[in-house]
Design a binder for this molecule. Structure first.
Ligand SMILES: Cc1cc2nc3c(=O)[nH]c(=O)nc-3n(C[C@H](O)[C@H](O)[C@H](O)COP(=O)(O)OP(=O)(O)OC[C@H]3O[C@@H](n4cnc5c(N)ncnc54)[C@H](O)[C@@H]3O)c2cc1C
Length: 380
């Protein structure tokens, strides 16, 4: 039997996230974009509201939300500001490999601070020369007694340098490819790390993106997730989950584009009538609505499959690719409906387009999403 209704708890969670977006994100987003930083105090408020690291299990002091719950939050954050979304959800991206692969002892030890204070995490897979082909990673993790010693660099790391914990993917032997890959949790306090922030991004400027350099960074072997050889698999399993919130946040962006365009189209007059009276404009709005409704169901179903422990790799890829392409198109059409006014920063629609472009690129480009979907079709 199919049931398209959210539970009462889920509706309350959605209302909570919507309210947070209205009060805390929408008024601060344009300035955060200009100043290239998170609004003052927002992380603390997100923590107090339970919107930071929402998948942290209850036994570790968290809310223990399911992925379906989490994407309800993601859609609302995406509606408000993709840069702020990325700061919060890149933390969930860093938390996911620990939840998937750490032992209960490791989880208790590593995640204890998350219940005490607002902590960000990060996920460091991409390198300057290896993005889509992440298995070709060159960052080295050399075993030395009871430690791993990490050398190399990671590129484009969201929350890089600010995260208390970074899950670093490295290789113990570059000649062995992903068969020697490891996932290691590196605390910010470990000496030998440098973060170089990347400025002047096209969009999502509230989110900190950095290059991370590791110069003989020593980490106890107890921080290894799974075993040697499992790093790449852990990274892929993580992304199979976290692409679904990216899809949901993209639906949020499209919803915002629709709302802004609808409001403007009713107010703006041309040829003596509101531009909303023209069918050319109405059809753009209708197409946005079609995209929002279909994208949301793709994201819900992928999250539901993941929560059931069922295979969801191709579904997550489909949701991520469809929703981010759809949201890019919705933001583009919103600018078109605004005409010249849409092209400048006085209205929020140009920021939507700049921000959502990244959704087609990070957590695997949409070309790679299509590779995953095609592979699954050909295998079947
Ligand atoms: C702002 C920002 C934040 C990010 N945050 C993080 C983060 O927190 N952690 C992290 O690890 N990474 C992060 N990334 C990195 C991101 O995931 C990569 O940029 C992305 O995976 C693409 O890799 P690349 O940039 O090296 O592009 P490349 O791999 O060089 O790809 C270049 C082009 O070739 C295409 N291409 C490559 N291979 C194929 C193929 N087999 N078939 C078809 N087309 C192909 C790509 O789709 C793309 O169009 C972030 C990136 C940005 C810009």
């Amino acid at each position: 039997m199919l049931d398209f209704e959210l539970s009462e708890e889920q509706k309350q969670l959605q209302a909570l996230a919507r309210d947070f977006t209205r009060k805390e994100i929408l008024p601060a987003a344009q300035r955060a974009d200009r100043e290239e930083r998170m609004p003052e105090g927002l992380l603390e408020k997100a923590f107090a509201t339970g919107l930071l690291n929402p998948e942290l299990p209850e036994e570790l002091g968290g809310s223990g939300l399911s992925l379906l719950d989490e994407i309800l939050i993601a859609e609302e954050l995406g509606y408000g500001c993709m840069g702020i979304y990325t700061t919060l959800m890149a933390s969930a991206l860093g938390l996911t490999p620990i939840l998937l692969a750490a032992t209960p002892e490791q989880q208790r030890r590593l995640l204890a601070p998350l219940r005490e204070r607002p902590c960000l995490l990060a996920f460091a897979l991409s390198e300057a020369n290896n993005g889509s082909d992440a298995a070709a990673m060159r960052t080295l993790a050399r075993r030395d007694g009871g430690d791993f010693v990490i050398s190399g660099s990671k590129m484009w790391i969201s929350n890089g340098g600010e995260a208390e914990l970074t899950v670093v993917f490295a290789t113990t032997d570059p000649s062995q490819g992903h068969r020697s890959s490891v996932a290691i949790v590196v605390p910010r306090s470990a000496p030998g790390q440098q973060a170089h922030p990347i400025h002047h991004k096209l969009g999502q400027r509230a989110s900190l993106t950095s290059e991370l350099v590791f110069d003989e960074v020593r980490v106890p072997a107890e921080n290894l997730l799974g075993e040697v050889g499992a790093g790449f698999r852990i990274a892929m399993q993580t992304l199979d989950r976290t692409r679904i919130p990216v899809a949901a946040a993209s639906v949020g962006v499209a919803r915002r584009a629709r709302d802004e365009a609808l409001r403007y189209a009713k107010e703006r007059q041309a040829f003596g009538r509101p531009v909303a009276d023209f069918q050319a404009i109405q059809f753009k709005l209708a197409d946005m609505e079609i995209g929002i409704q279909s994208g949301r169901w793709l994201a819900y179903r992928a999250a539901w499959l993941a929560d059931q422990g069922r295979p969801h790799s191709a579904e997550a890829a489909a949701a991520k690719a469809y929703c981010s392409d759809m949201a890019f198109s919705a933001a583009n059409e919103a600018i078109q409906i605004f005409g010249g006014a849409g092209y400048v920063g006085e209205y929020p629609v140009e920021k939507l387009l700049r921000d959502v472009k990244l959704n087609q690129i990070y957590e695997g480009t949409n070309e790679i999403m299509r590779v995953i979907i095609a592979r699954s079709l050909l295998r079947a």
